[in-house]
Structures are given as C-alpha cells and as structure tokens.
Design a protein around this ligand. Structure first.
Ligand code: NDP
Ligand code: MG
Length: 399
C-alpha cells in the first residue's frame, strides 16, 4: 500500500484539503497552522460554507478555493476579490481543484459525494490521506486499483486504520492472525433496546469520546461506523474477512490492534484526538509535534473491553454480511445508510429505523437481483442511486 522506505522530505509539502470546513478539515488546518514551514496549501474545497472557506484560504494563502454548491459561487468570489486567490464552484471545479499537482491530498469530504473528487486526486499519484471511508465502502476495489495504477500511496486517517497501519508489519503480512478494531460503543452502549426506539437526534449526537461531523456521529451511535470501518479495513489490509473483528473499548485509548501467529498483539494507544492520526498521515514517515494531550495511564486507571451486542446494534453484522456478499452490496449499503442517517437527522424516522432501512434495502436488492458485480465507476453510481431510491421510498412509508 505504501512505500515504507520513503525518505523524509525537507521541502514544504503542497497540500489540498477536500472537505476543508469540516471536522477533519479543520483539524488538518490546525496542523498546517502549527507547521507552516512543512506544509503549504494549494486548494481548499468545501460544499457551501463559504465564510469559513474564504477565511482559511486567505489565512493559509491557498491558490484556489472551491465550493461544490454552485449557488455560492458569487459569494465566494466576492469574499476572495482582490486576494489573488482563485474562486470556483460546482463539481467540475471541485474535481479540477483535486487534480492540481500536489504532494498530499486530505480526503475529508463526507459520504459517497467525496468519491469523484477523491478518485480525481488519486489519478494524479499524490499521496492520499484518506478520511472519507465511504469511498472505500462504495468502491473499495476500484479505489485501491486506481491507487496502484497511479502509484498513489493511501495513508489511512481513520483512527482505527491509522493504528493498524502503525502496527501492521508488511513483511509479516502472512503471519497476521487477526485485526481487531476498537469501538467506543457510542452514547447508547448501556441503553436498553426498548429505550433505543425513542432516543432523539440530540441524544445520538452526544458522542462520549470524539468530536466529529454529524453523519459519522450518528454512524457511531448505531455502530454502523464500526461496520463501515471493517469494510474499510478489508480494503486497506487484505488479510481476509474472517480475520477482522471489532470489540467495544469504552475509553477509546487503544485505537486498534494487530495479532500475529506468535501470540504478539501490537496496539497503538493515545488520547482520542483526531489530530494524532491526521499528523501521522500528513508527515509520514516522520512524526511531528501536536498539542494533543499526553496519555496518562495511571489517571485513566482502567482499560475495559466487551463484545458488541448484535441485537441492539445490528449494523455491524449487516456490514460484515454485505462485505462477504461482495459485488455491489456494500455500495448499496452505504447509499441506504446515507439516506437513513439524513432522514434521522431530519427527525423523520426513528433511531432503530436506520439499520432496519439498510437491511430492507439490501433485502430488496437481493430479491430484485440488483446485487451485481462492480465493473466500472458507472456501476458504482448505478448501485449508489438504486440504494438511495429504495431507501428513500422505504423511509417515506415510515413518515
Ligand atoms: P463534516 O461533516 O464535519 O465535514 C464534511 C466536509 O465535507 C465539509 O467540509 C463539507 O463542506 C464537505 N462536503 C460535504 N459535501 C460535499 C460535497 N458534495 N462536495 C465538496 N465538499 C463537501 O465531516 P467529518 O469531518 O466529520 O468527516 C469527514 C469524513 O471523514 C467522513 O467520511 C468521516 O466518516 C471521516 N472520518 C471522520 C472522523 C472525525 O473525527 N470527524 C474520524 C474518522 C473518519 P461544508 O462545511 O461546506 O458543508
Ligand atoms: Mg474511526
């Protein structure tokens, strides 16, 4: 996946951030601000938050700033007037920005809408710091094939995959016994099934350990996030699906582990702060300072573990089944989940409806013989829109 013998570079690395105004994008910008001698910004991309985007573009002296939402074009242009920073809008402009020559791209758009720009960036051969896990869930084989063809290194940003990446001995890949992802368990780890029916959106948005964007925070509450991460791991670390599993670890101190045939288990630890895996991906193979709190194990005192309750949190099983089913099943699953989460955030469906909608969409796809191999990107879009439309119809019936 990555040339681990790569030499440290001394010149500043040119960086493009896709999803610059989001949680990961802003943490990335924190690292850039702390290391202005190491990183310089080429392009900043967002969906519609022109105010944040323009401020950061000016402060970081970006060459170009782009919003996907075309209705914000004039506002962005006005805010950047006289700064010398190019302003643009629309999906084509987003993909063009993603293709500007750089050393590093931070892929931090949320959802499958990040796939096109992220693939465009991959085509340039730039090192890909990958946060946008939905790219791998929707189109993992195609994504990793494109990376290999274009010679682009893919460095995971997701904290679990960053941990695995740091513990994974490529030379001993054949001796890996198991990869175990940790899960915080989310805000409803102790909530009884009957109470899960009535939890609110505000309850679900209160993650105990991590501060993140809204979509991934809901995914963490349903544990769909852990399922998506198992699919992500299957593409990044192809040791076989049966070697992948997840365990609940409420303190979120151990970020994941790799077990080897000799009985050794390598784990990566740290306080739950995304700036650590982001800094690691950006500076790889070096390590750079962050202001992240240092780990004090005596103060934490206890690290605990428990199995995932598959009855209350069926999403992990749904993801593993889709992964084993192969073909376009995970593309359809991802699309259905994006619709279900949006419906829940709009308070039109209940919390337990989220995994139910995903399961019903996959069952419909199976019945309608819509689970078919993914040959091309067009097949990905077809499966994605199928999943969205079926899940949308099913959600409508619940309103
Ligand atoms: P946020 O919702 O905080 O941010 C999403 C970013 O994507 C924003 O900059 C948003 O712009 C932009 N965006 C949304 N849609 C589009 C579009 N169509 N075109 C261009 N830009 C778009 O999400 P997070 O930062 O939390 O998550 C980003 C990704 O990283 C997700 O895939 C998530 O699963 C993954 N991840 C996140 C972690 C975290 O700690 N947050 C941890 C591990 C993985 P705007 O602000 O204008 O809407
Ligand atoms: Mg994660």
């Amino acid at each position: 996946m990555v040339d681990r013998t790569a030499q440290p570079r001394t010149a500043p690395r040119k960086l493009t951030i896709l999803g610059a105004t989001g949680s990961i994008g802003q943490s990335t910008i924190d690292i850039v601000r702390a290391h202005r001698d190491r990183f310089c910004i080429e392009a900043l991309v967002a969906n519609s938050n022109v105010e944040r985007l323009a401020k950061d573009a000016v402060d970081l002296k970006a060459r170009v700033a782009v919003v996907a939402d075309e209705t914000r074009r004039d506002e962005l242009a006005t805010r950047l007037d006289g700064t010398g920073i190019e302003a643009a809008a629309g999906l084509t402009a987003v993909c063009e920005a993603a293709q500007r020559p750089v050393d590093l791209v931070m892929a931090a758009i949320v959802g499958a809408s990040g796939l096109k720009p992220t693939l465009a960036a991959l085509e340039t051969g730039a090192t890909m710091c990958l946060a946008n896990k939905e790219c791998l869930v929707s189109a993992g084989d195609l994504f990793m094939r494109t990376a290999r063809r274009c010679g682009a290194d893919v460095i995971p940003v997701d904290s679990e995959h960053s941990a695995i990446f740091q513990c994974f001995e490529a030379r001993n890949a054949g001796s890996v016994d198991a990869i175990t992802l940790t899960a915080s368990g989310g805000p409803f780890r102790r909530t009884a099934m009957e109470d899960l029916r009535s939890v609110t959106c505000a309850d679900a948005l209160k993650h105990p350990n991590w501060s993140m964007g809204r979509k991934i925070t809901i995914d963490s509450a349903t544990l769909m996030n852990k399922g998506l991460e198992l699919i992500e791991a299957a593409h990044l670390f192809p040791v076989g699906v049966d070697k992948l599993s997840a365990v609940v670890h409420p303190q979120s101190i151990i970020h994941s582990m790799v077990s080897y045939v000799d009985g050794s288990v390598l784990a990566q630890l740290g306080v739950p702060d995304m700036r650590t895996p982001i800094a690691w991906a950006m500076a790889y193979p070096e390590r750079i300072d962050t202001t992240v709190d240092r780990l004090d194990l005596a103060e934490i005192a206890q690290l605990t573990f428990e199995n995932i309750d598959n009855d209350r949190f069926p999403a992990v099983g749904l993801c593993l089944n889709a992964l084993k089913r192969g073909a376009n099943a995970t593309t359809i699953l991802n699309a259905a989940n994006e619709i279900a989460v949006a419906e829940f955030l709009a308070q039109r469906i209940g919390f337990l409806d989220i995994p139910a909608l995903v399961e019903d969409t996959l069952n419909a796809a199976e019945r309608q013989s819509m689970i078919v191999p993914l040959g091309s990107l067009d097949d990905v879009w077809a499966a994605d829109s199928y999943g969205r439309s079926v899940a949308g119809e099913l959600a409508h019936k619940l309103h």
